[in-house]
Structure formats: structure tokens, C-alpha cells
Design a protein around this ligand. Structure first.
Ligand SMILES: [Zn+2]
Length: 374
């Protein structure tokens, strides 16, 4: 007898990480504003135009069903909450936490010298602007508590204590602020709130024992545990070996040493760099072993650092490969990283980004068709 039960179509969601290169007009305007050549109102006008243009282009040129604001007005994925307080409460010196990239360039996280720790900017501010421009779902990336924990880590960085401000007090303030950052995005209707956790793999370079990674997971879970199971369904995490000015900071670190700890995070959506990984099968086997039944795994199928545009067929094949290890109901696709996590990174053109995203959307549809009909 032929079964009368029709199998339900399983969609494979596809989302970008967040950032798109800023327009040259915006980058110039920011330099002119910092040199007192234009007013803050002038800068805001140009920022508004850049966000509008990016949201429309992402919608119309790429076919994306979930959008972002392209992080056009974020100074960087890392420092946006504290950027406006840097001169008031922070210093840059040799005791600061530094991210060293393979080509030798360095990004420095400022060091807190005046308590208490607090945010100047919450990410819902970006989300609110983008949501006014589209009816499609908008996701919002936020920085992890673990990354910002490095602004005051006297025990790790051999840097000075702040009088009457213990590390535990700092961690409490940090947890409160990160929770607020995520909660406000959820309240403002984010499709998903994605924690950018690029320091996960990097931590194994700083501390090969894995202790720092475990500390990072614990700090982030301290924030995540304040959300209920329904809220955690709308929270995700992105990991990668770093991507800035066309190079990485930790691709030489074995990914599979980090993934088991990553899956201990109390959230649902995992946006995992994979396309640029040398041994994808090894990583997929590790994901298969450690993922949980409530997880959604968005595998990276686009390498933002590689200037070659992936073909939809290449992407389709990568998804079919991933589907051998991840149940299709739990599968999604993404890019390996944002296209411009730091505002001044213009190593990739916007046009190239859009072509790559378009290929991801098309390749994902092709794989979805095959996986639903085979
Ligand atoms: Zn990344």
C-alpha cells in the first residue's frame, strides 16, 4: 500500500553573519567628522544613507530572506559598546589585549582604567534603524561578554588593578550589560541575536591548556543563563579563525579542540566557519558528535577572504556533504565570517560580497531541492 502521508518540505535557512564593507562616502565622512570638518548631523545623514542603501541592496540584489544593516555604523564588531567611552575610561598601552593576525597586523582592545564598566551603545540602536527599512526579518550581531572581559583582566594581562573595583565586580557589571544588549535586541524584534565569539579559537593560541576557553564559555553562559528556553531559541553564536584585511588570526589552531566546548553554550543557533577549513570532514564529524538535538547548525559555505566567487553548484555540494553529518532539519547555511568586521576593512568590494551571498542563496535552494526529493 502506498503511504498517504506526505513528507513535509524541510527548508534550509540561510543567513549572513552581519557586516558588509562600508561605503567610501561613509568612511570619508567619518574621517572628516573626527577631524572636525563636518558636524555630527552631517555624519548621521551619510550614515542613514549608507544603511538604507545596504539594506535595499541586500534585499534586492542577493535574494536574502534574513537581512542585517551591514553593520554600516558599527565602528567594529568588537568595540561598538565602549567606543564612545574610550577616551574617558580606557587607555591603549602595551598591557592591552591584542589580536595578532597572520600578516603581522594587530587589532588592540583598549584597557579599562576607570570603573565601573558600562556600555555607551547597545546594538538594538542599529537594529531599530534597519527594521524601519524592511519588512523582512532582521538579525543583529552583538559582541560576547568573553571578548569584553579582556578590557579588565589584570590576572591575565599583568595589567594594573583599578582601586576599589574587584574583578568579580567587573564581571557582574559586564554580565548585566551583555544581558541588556541581547535583551533589548530581542525586545526590538531581532530575528536572531548572534554573539560574535571570534576569540573562542584564538583563546587556544593564547592558552593551549584550554583553561581560557573554558573561562570564556563560563562567562558567556553566565549571561545566557539569564534567558529562558524560548529566548535562547532566538540566540546564536558565530565562530571563525578571525577575518580582517584578508587574513586570519587562528586558522592554525585545530578547530576540533574548540568545538566540544562551544556546544556547551546555552543557545540554539551555531554559525560556524567551514568553507575555508582544510579538512571539512574532520570538522563535520566533530560537529556530529557534539551537537545537541535542539541545535541549528549554520555551516559556512562562502569564504569572504577568497576573492573568487563560489558557484552555486560548489555550495550545493558543500551542503550535501554537510547533510551526511547534520540532520537536514537542523541544517542552515551562512558565510564563514562577516565581510568587513572592522569598519576600515575595505579589502573586499560590496559588489563581490553580494555576488557571493547570491551564490549562497542559490546553492542552498539547490541543495534543499535535492535533500527533499531524494
Ligand atoms: Zn567571523
Amino acid at each position: 500500500m502506498v503511504s498517504s502521508v506526505t513528507r513535509q518540505w524541510i527548508s534550509i535557512p540561510s543567513e549572513l553573519i552581519g557586516s558588509i564593507p562600508r561605503t567610501s562616502e561613509l568612511l570619508e565622512a567619518r574621517i572628516r567628522y573626527e577631524s572636525d570638518l563636518i558636524t555630527i548631523e552631517d555624519l548621521h545623514k551619510i550614515e542613514k544613507k549608507a544603511v538604507e542603501q545596504t539594506v535595499i541592496e541586500l534585499d534586492q540584489l542577493t535574494g536574502s530572506m534574513v537581512l542585517t544593516d551591514g553593520e554600516q555604523t558599527k565602528p567594529s564588531f568588537l568595540t561598538y559598546p565602549i567606543y564612545d567611552l574610550v577616551f574617558e575610561r580606557y587607555t591603549f598601552d602595551e598591557q592591552c589585549f591584542q589580536i595578532k593576525f597572520t600578516d603581522g597586523h594587530v587589532r588592540t582592545l583598549p584597557r579599562l582604567i576607570k570603573a565601573p564598566f558600562k556600555y555607551a551603545t547597545y546594538a538594538y540602536k542599529y537594529l531599530e534603524v534597519a527594521k524601519r527599512l524592511t519588512n523582512k526579518p532582521v538579525k543583529q550581531a552583538v559582541i560576547t561578554a568573553s571578548a569584553l572581559s579582556m578590557v579588565y583582566a589584570p590576572h591575565l594581562l599583568n595589567s594594573g588593578h583599578i582601586d576599589n573595583y574587584s574583578h568579580e565586580e567587573f564581571l557582574k557589571d559586564l554580565t548585566d550589560e551583555c544581558e541588556r544588549d541581547i535583551r533589548l535586541c530581542l525586545e526590538y524584534g531581532a530575528h536572531v541575536v548572534q554573539l560574535d565569539f571570534t576569540e573562542a579559537r584564538l583563546s587556544l593560541k593564547v592558552d593551549p591548556s584550554g583553561r581560557l576557553l573554558k573561562d570564556f564559555i563560563a562567562i558567556n553562559n553566565r549571561v545566557l543563563d539569564r534567558f529562558n528556553a524560548n529566548e535562547q531559541k532566538k540566540i546564536g553564536v558565530h565562530v571563525c579563525p578571525g577575518g580582517d584585511l584578508d587574513c586570519c588570526h587562528s586558522s592554525d589552531i585545530d578547530y576540533t579542540l574548540m568545538l566540544p566546548d562551544l556546544f556547551q553554550l546555552n543557545l540554539t543557533n551555531f554559525y560556524l566557519q567551514l568553507s575555508s577549513e582544510k579538512n571539512r570532514i574532520k570538522v563535520l564529524k566533530c560537529i556530529q558528535k557534539h551537537m545537541k538535538p535542539n541545535h541549528r547548525i549554520f555551516v559556512g559555505v562562502i569564504d569572504p577572504i577568497n576573492p573568487t566567487i563560489e558557484s552555486a553548484e560548489m555550495i550545493r555540494d558543500q551542503i550535501l556533504e554537510a547533510a551526511q553529518f547534520i540532520p537536514v532539519e537542523q541544517l542552515g547555511t551562512t558565510d564563514d565570517c562577516g565581510f568587513s568586521p572592522f569598519a576600515d576593512d575595505i579589502s573586499t568590494s560590496k559588489e563581490l560580497c553580494y555576488e557571493k551571498i547570491k551564490a549562497r542563496i542559490q546553492g542552498t535552494k539547490m541543495a534543499e531541492q535535492i535533500l527533499n526529493t531524494q
